[in-house]
Design a protein around this ligand. Structure first.
Ligand SMILES: C[S@@+](CC[C@H](N)C(=O)[O-])C[C@H]1O[C@@H](n2cnc3c(N)ncnc32)[C@H](O)[C@@H]1O
Length: 202
């Protein structure tokens, strides 16, 4: 897979997503989690260290190596983090998960891959499970500029939820957020996003 500049340039600030931290304690004491596009994987580390079995993938080999080095150093053995594309991972897996986390990732996929990936996410959530998803929307100021140079897929508000008609929407937000910054873009900046927490009833 040829990686775009956007895919190559990002480095996470290794701080866990606050929505994830808010929902995690309400979940089963030790379930199975999937993180798609985990980068350095702060949420992967957190869930792994809390006894969850975690699968995680990212196309960034260096980020995966750093994540695996952290896990090895801390003797966390219940996490499988690998350099895989989301598309490949979802095609191959037969597992189902109590929690799927895919945060700030899907804009980096090609538009033609979006339907299959969202259906794939829908199919790997087990009844009773939760998905925590955030995408960038068409009003995002930063990525609209990047889109002139390389492919970036910006979502319409409501587009993601169309793939999850049987799911209960536990939390929904669409609008601007402040990004505190990350190593490749240290200054705080704004994005315009849609974020959802959805639950598949039994
Ligand atoms: C903006 S970062 C977000 C990382 C992390 N989820 C977070 O919120 O900090 C996007 C991540 O998605 C990864 N990525 C992009 N396209 C991917 C793909 N097709 N399959 C797997 N990972 C991908 C990138 O390498 C990058 O680590």
């Amino acid at each position: 897979m040829v990686r775009t500049q956007l895919q190559k340039s990002y480095r996470s600030n290794a701080q866990s997503n606050p929505i994830f931290l808010r929902y995690f304690p309400r979940l089963t004491s030790a379930g199975r989690m999937l993180d798609l596009g985990c980068n350095l994987g702060p949420e992967v580390r957190y869930a792994g260290m809390h006894g969850w079995t975690v699968d995680a993938c990212d196309v960034d080999a260096e980020a995966i190596a750093e994540l695996n080095a952290f896990l090895a150093k801390n003797r966390v053995t219940n996490v499988f983090a690998a350099r895989f594309s989301i598309q490949e991972y979802l095609k191959r897996t037969t597992r189902q998960y109590d929690l799927v986390h895919c945060w700030n990732v899907l804009h980096q996929l090609r538009q033609s891959d979006i339907p299959e990936v969202l259906k794939g996410i829908r199919d790997v959530i087990r009844p009773g499970g939760l998905a925590i998803l955030r995408v960038f929307t068409k009003d995002d100021p930063t990525l609209s500029r990047v889109r002139k140079r390389e492919h970036v897929y910006l979502f319409e508000v409501g587009e993601v939820l169309q793939y999850f008609p049987d799911y209960e929407v536990v939390e929904h937000f669409a609008g601007p957020i402040q990004d505190p910054g990350h190593p490749n873009r240290p200054r705080a900046h704004q994005h315009v996003v849609e974020q959802v927490v959805i639950h598949l009833p039994y």
